[in-house]
Design a protein around this ligand. Structure first.
Ligand code: T3D
Length: 267
C-alpha cells in the first residue's frame, strides 16, 4: 500500500487536508497528486463537509513538482527516451486544478511556508488564500526552463496584472507574504503562530454560510472573466433565479426577518 501523504482531519463542517511530505517541502509526487485529488473528491461527495482547508506540514506549503520523482524527472542517461511533461500535466495537474475550481464548497488555503511552482499555482487557485508572515511565493518554473503551469498563466495576470505577473514568472524571485497581499495575490497575512487557528476560524465561518451560493459566486466570477458586462449581468440573473428557489434563500430571508441565526443546508 502506498504511503499516506495527505493527512485528513474533520473539524465540524471543515475538511482539513494537509500535504504531508515535510522532508521534501511537500513536493508533489504522482502518488501524492492522486491522493490529493481523491481527498478532494471525497470532500466534495461528503454532505457534512461545507468547506475545505488546504495546508502543508512542516515549514512549507509545497515546493511544487517533486523534481526527483522518477516518473517525471528527466533521465541523465542520454540514451533514455525523454519524458513528456505535457502528459504529466494532462493526467495529474489539470484534473487537480479543475477539481479545486469546481468544488461544491469553498476552499481555503493556509499557506504556512514557501509555495513554489505548482505549489504556488495550487494555493492561488483556492478561493481564499491566507498566509503566515514567513510564507513566500515563488514562480520557480523559469529557473528550470519551464512556464508557469497548473493554472499559473491564467491566474497570475488576473490576480496582479500583466506587468507584475510577468515579473514574477520571468525572474522567479521569492515574494514575501506581505508583498503578495499588497499586490492582491492573496487575501490575508497572519502571524505564523496564529495562522492555523485563524484559517480554521475562517473555514468554520464559511462552513456555516450558504454553501451553494458561495460555490456559485466563485463560478459566476470565473465565468465573468471571459464575458462582457452585458453577458455577465444576464448570467447573474440566471444563477440568481436558481438560487432564489433554494432552501438557503428562504432560510436566509426568514432568519433575517425573525431576527435569529440562519440554519443553511444547501450544498
Ligand atoms: O512534471 C513536471 O516537471 C511539470 C510540472 C511542473 C510543476 C512545477 O512545480 S515545476 C517547479 C518545481 N519546483 C521547484 O523548482 C522548486 C524547487 N525548490 C526550491 O527552489 C527550494 O527548495 C525552495 C525555494 C522551495 C526552498 O528552499 P530552501 O532553501 O528553504 O530548502 P531546500 O534546502 O532547497 O529544500 C529542502 C529539501 O527539500 C531538500 O532536500 P534535502 O537536501 O534536505 O534532502 C530539497 O532537495 C527538497 N526539495 C525542495 N523542493 C523540492 C525538493 N525535492 C524535490 N522536488 C522539489 N521541488
Amino acid at each position: 500500500m502506498s504511503e499516506q501523504v495527505i493527512q485528513i482531519e474533520q473539524h465540524g463542517g471543515v475538511r482539513l487536508l494537509r500535504l504531508n511530505r515535510p522532508e521534501a517541502l511537500n513536493a508533489f509526487t504522482t502518488g501524492m497528486l492522486g491522493q490529493l485529488r481523491q481527498a478532494l473528491d471525497a470532500a466534495a461527495d461528503d454532505a457534512g463537509t461545507r468547506c475545505v482547508l488546504l495546508t502543508g506540514a512542516g515549514r512549507a506549503f509545497s515546493a511544487g513538482q517533486d523534481l526527483a520523482d522518477p516518473q517525471v524527472a528527466p533521465s541523465r542517461d542520454p540514451a533514455a527516451a525523454p519524458k513528456d511533461i505535457g502528459l504529466m500535466l494532462e493526467h495529474h495537474y489539470i484534473p487537480l486544478a479543475l477539481r479545486l475550481r469546481s468544488m461544491p464548497v469553498p476552499v481555503v488555503a493556509a499557506v504556512n511556508g514557501v509555495a513554489a511552482g505548482a505549489g504556488a499555482s495550487l494555493a492561488l487557485g483556492c478561493d481564499l488564500v491566507l498566509a503566515g508572515e514567513s510564507a513566500s511565493f515563488i514562480q520557480a518554473f523559469s529557473k528550470i526552463g519551464l512556464i508557469p503551469d497548473c493554472g499559473g498563466t491564467w491566474l497570475l495576470p488576473r490576480l496582479v496584472g500583466r506587468a507584475k505577473a510577468l515579473e514574477m514568472a520571468l525572474l522567479g524571485e521569492k515574494l514575501k507574504a506581505a508583498d503578495a497581499a499588497a499586490l492582491g495575490l492573496i487575501s490575508r497575512v497572519l502571524p505564523d503562530a496564529e495562522l492555523a487557528d485563524a484559517a480554521l476560524a475562517v473555514a468554520r465561518k464559511l462552513a456555516g454560510m450558504p454553501t451553494r451560493a458561495l460555490a456559485e459566486t466563485r463560478r459566476a466570477m470565473d465565468e465573468a472573466l471571459r464575458l462582457d458586462f452585458d453577458a455577465a449581468l444576464r448570467r447573474e440573473a440566471v444563477l440568481q433565479s436558481q438560487l432564489g428557489f433554494s432552501h438557503d434563500y428562504l432560510e436566509g430571508t426568514a432568519a433575517f426577518l425573525d431576527k435569529r441565526p440562519p440554519e443553511f443546508k444547501d450544498r
